[in-house]
Design a protein around this ligand. Structure first.
Ligand code: PEP
Length: 251
């Protein structure tokens, strides 16, 4: 079976000013002081800090990622950022289809897929987010909702290029609540099986499936030990170097 190196990615969301780079420096210090981390580590800061995080993280192996990109390469889209611009900062990843963007900006699966295609075209690895709402889970629709999001949001180019999937139940994001370990295991197995159906077992086995939603130092070890969980997308707990480092160390 293929072994995938886990990825722990921090999503700073709309948080972070230049003084937040002190947390990045502290994370770098923690990462280089002890044994080499068993995970690939990335920080997705706000766009204003992306170039500096990419440059400052490089010496300690911290990769950088954007939080969103436009689907077009350039043009009259005031306020937007293209995948090429993100790649130009030295970043390697970009989150697309985060539930906050799906909700706040009405992003559909078609839009998310186009953004993932743009990311791949620019040489980035898209982190494609999927996840059900609480009402959908309560209605027993979680797996079908996520399956439809996967079908609609992952571009065919994922057959030749690296993409990352992040399963983030909407109701777990920023709430301190998480699904049971059994529910996470079931959803990740379901996602793996959908990827196998579309891309074949060999290629599907190489695609990272991250869990996201209130991952914290207290629960990271249990969640990261689940089969088919190949890392985490971490929001709130990525803002403090100490907490984020504890999660990275839980791999
Ligand atoms: C996220 O928004 O990607 C996320 C996982 O947030 P939190 O860890 O704060 O729930």
């Amino acid at each position: 079976m293929t072994t995938i190196s886990p990825l722990i990615a921090g999503n700073w969301k709309m948080n972070g000013l230049t003084h937040s780079l002190e947390e990045l420096a502290e994370l770098a210090r923690l990462l280089t002081a002890g044994a080499a981390p068993r995970a690939v580590v990335a920080i997705c800061p706000p766009a204003t800090l992306l170039a500096i995080v990419a440059a400052q993280g490089a010496s300690s192996g911290i990769l950088a990622g954007g939080q969103d990109c436009h689907m077009a390469a350039s043009g009259a889209h005031t306020g937007d950022i293209s995948a090429g611009m993100i790649a130009d900062t030295g970043a390697q990843f970009v989150i697309v289809g985060h539930s906050e963007r799906r909700a706040d900006h009405n992003e559909t699966d078609d839009v998310v897929r186009a953004k993932a295609e743009a990311a791949i075209g620019a040489g980035l690895k898209p982190i494609i987010c999927v996840g059900e709402t609480e009402a959908q889970r309560d209605a027993g629709e979680a797996e079908s909702v996520v399956a439809a999001q996967l079908a609609g949001s992952i571009p065919d180019a994922a057959e030749q290029h690296e993409v990352v999937i992040a399963y983030e139940p909407v109701w777990a994001i920023g709430t301190g609540r998480t699904p049971t370990l059994e529910d996470i295991a079931a959803m990740h197995a379901s996602i793996r099986s959908r990827l196998e159906g579309r891309f074949g077992a060999d290629h599907a086995a190489t695609i990272r499936i991250l869990y996201g939603g209130s991952m914290k130092p207290q629960n990271a070890r249990d969640i990261l030990a689940i089969e088919n969980v190949n890392g985490g997308l971490v929001g709130g707990a990525s803002l403090l170097a100490k907490d984020f480092y504890t999660i990275i160390s839980a791999v």
